[in-house]
Every structure is written in C-alpha cells, then in structure tokens.
Design a protein. Structure first.
Length: 398
C-alpha cells in the first residue's frame, strides 16, 4: 500500500507561436541527444564496455561545444539531461530482463515530449513558466490540483492529433486508504462482455474502435490516396486519421478509469486472471477485438488504484482451468470450445454460464491462495515462475 502517493495531473494547453517553436526545438533536441547517447552506449557495448549516465552527461557537454551540435545550447539543458536519465533507466530495465534493448527514437512514431525538473520551471499562483520562455503556458485547468501541492516534475507533450498537454507530478495527500470492506470479487475478462463478475453482473464491451471503424477506414483511404512526402494535403489527411485514433483512445481510457475506480472502491479483494495479452493478439481473428478491449491497460489501472486505496489484487495463473471447472462440485470438463457459452456439469447437473462460472472459480482460487499465504505474482513480472494455483484439478468420477 502506497503511503505517499504521487499523481500526475494532466491538462491541455494552447501554446503561442513562439512557445510552439521553442517546444518543437526542444523535442527535436531531446530525441537527438537520446539517439546519440544510445548509439555511443551501443558501440561501447560491442567493445564489451559499459557507459553509464555520468559518462553520457560528459559526452553531452562535449557535443554542445562542437559547431555541428551547437544548436543544443538554444534549448533548456534540463530536458536533455532527463533524456539521458531515461536512457539509463531503459538500460537498467534491460539488464534486469524487464524490457528489451532500448530502441532509437523516431521523429514520426515516438512520443514528442520533454521533461522539466524543478530547476527549469516556476509554478506560482496557477501560472506555469518553463525555462527559455517569456510567457506562462495557457493551461485549461479542467480540475484543481491538491491543496498545497507543489509540482516536482513537469512533462510537456504533443500527441499525434496535434494536441498539447502538460503533466504535473506532485504528491496527493487526498489519496488515503479506504475503510476495510468484507467484499471480494472475481473478474473474468472477455469480448462479448468486457467483464463478468463473480456476482453474476456482466459489463458490456463498449467496442470503441468498432464504433468509429467506418470513419477511420474512410480517413485512412483518403490518406492512402495522397502523394507521399511532406505535402500539405497529406499532412492534413494524416491529422484527420490521428484525431479519430485519439478520440477512440480517450473514450476507451475514460471508460476503463471509471470502471477500475468503481471496482476498487466496492471490493477489498479483486481476483483476476494473469493473461498473456501480448501472445493472444497474435491470433489474427481476435487481435483487433482484444486490442480494443485493452485488458492489459485495465489491469494496470486496477493494480495501481488498489495500491492507492489499500485494496488487494490477486492474479491467478493463466493455466488455471477456470472455464472448464464446475464451481459447484469441482469436476473438470473434457473440453470447452470458445463457442460454448452455457454448459451443464455431467457430475452434479448444474447448468453454468461460462463466464460467470469462470469468475466464481477465479474468486475461489484467489481467496484460497490469499488464505494460504502463497505468492501469485504475475508471470509477466517473474519470467518462468509459477503461481500457487498452477495445478491440475483432480477429476471426480460421476
């Protein structure tokens, strides 16, 4: 349970022409420094040498003194140093086998952002001044910051649709553990219904991407007809496609936030299944629907919100036969194809809804593990590990 919760409060802002030019230069310099430092570390790695953050920081000082890279002095030095710190974190994750080898940042595909620490911005009376800028940012304060909160880090970003955002990281004293509840719920994710709870409640799948699929296809066809290059017409068509994608993403994230918050507030223990979404999307027939459901994003929200409010999230092993196991008598069915949505146990005669039965089995397995004190850390965080629920359920003879 987190005692001091740091939250990022994200707001949209509208920069002036001068601020747009300055931030665009900063994004380009951040990307350039990151790529050059990555190339230097990769060359050193090929020579079986390691380069750390301090050495890349010294390289940055030397690069600024060259005539070719003198333009790096025109932007604030803090975002450039932060880019080197982010690269150091990426390598730390790589060496710890938590991530793949760092990749170069692309001008078109990578996120355009710059991070400022407290020495490079001034926040006073609701006005945010960034280094190298004469005027404060025109921020739309859609919600208030916590009373007395002081931002420690400011991140400025621009999405593919051309929208500008500023994210303020600060401690939120209003986030406190909720009163202990005596409720627990098993959660089974799906496509027909986004979530099925062990209580029998089924939450509909909004299918945000499907709702805008026709508009998106039309915009993409228009984009494909434009001549390749940097023409204005192609840039406008690409912007229209990006706006539709942004609309889909915003609606999906908003729905998942509300759903995760509701479940965390209502239940003390939440049991989910440890699914390998990265592997599941390789199924071409279901990849689009699985990506639209955003199971991994929902799980991430559920975990950090539970940590904020003193709740417990238990991940049951992905090999646990939750769908084939009778929640009434424990008999394991021979097979359970995806098209079978209702089935009757051959032992006790109980008729089950496939998803509700799976959610009830997940809840029972999660509570058993919680009582026994065994660990069920998600396999995606412990490669090769096995959870306490990975076991074959003995078949009971009818």
């Amino acid at each position: 349970m987190a005692t001091h919760v740091k939250r990022a409060f994200k707001y949209r802002f509208y920069p002036t022409d001068a601020q747009t030019a300055e931030l665009s230069r900063t994004f380009g310099c951040v990307r350039k420094v990151y790529n050059m430092a990555l190339a230097a570390r990769t060359e050193a790695w090929a020579r079986q040498q390691r380069v750390n953050y301090n050495q890349t920081s010294a390289m940055l000082t030397a690069w600024k003194k060259t005539e070719e890279l003198a333009y790096l002095n025109e932007v604030s030095s803090v975002p450039l140093q932060q880019a080197l710190r982010h690269l150091q974190t990426a390598f730390a994750n790589f060496f710890a086998k938590r991530a793949k080898y760092p990749r170069l940042k692309s001008k078109r595909k990578s996120r355009a952002s710059a991070e400022y620490t407290s020495s490079a911005f001034r926040f006073r009376d609701g006005r945010l001044h960034l280094a190298k800028m004469a005027e404060p940012l025109d921020i739309v304060w859609s919600r208030r910051l916590p009373h007395g909160a002081t931002p420690t880090t400011v991140t400025v970003s621009r999405d593919g649709a051309g929208r500008w955002y500023v994210s303020l990281l600060c401690e939120d004293p209003s986030v406190k553990p909720l009163a202990t509840a005596d409720t627990a719920v098993g959660i089974d994710v799906g496509l027909d219904h986004l979530l099925t709870l062990s209580t029998g409640e089924k939450i509909a799948n909004p299918r945000h991407e499907r709702c805008d699929r026709e508009r998106l296809a039309r915009a993409q066809r228009e984009l494909s007809r434009k001549a390749r290059g940097e023409g204005a017409n192609r840039r406008k068509a690409r912007h229209r496609v990006a706006k539709i994608h942004a609309r889909i993403t915003d609606r999906r994230r908003d729905a998942l936030h509300k759903l995760a918050t509701r479940l965390v507030r209502e239940n003390q223990t939440l049991v989910i299944e440890d699914l390998t979404v990265r592997t599941m999307v390789k199924n071409r027939s279901l990849a689009r629907a699985i990506s639209d459901a955003a199971w991994a994003e929902f799980r991430s929200m559920l975990e950090y919100k539970a940590d904020w409010y003193g709740r417990e999230v238990i991940a049951v092993d992905r090999f646990f036969p939750s769908s084939k196991l009778c929640s009434a008598c424990g008999r394991l069915a021979e097979a359970m194809p995806l098209n079978v949505r209702t089935w009757t146990c051959g032992s006790c005669g109980t008729t089950h809804d496939r998803d509700v039965n799976a959610a009830q089995n997940l809840l029972a397995a999660g509570l058993a593990v919680s009582v026994c004190g065994a660990g069920v850390r998600p396999q995606r965080r412990t490669p090769g590990g096995q959870s306490a629920t990975k076991q074959k359920t003995p078949r009971r003879e009818p």
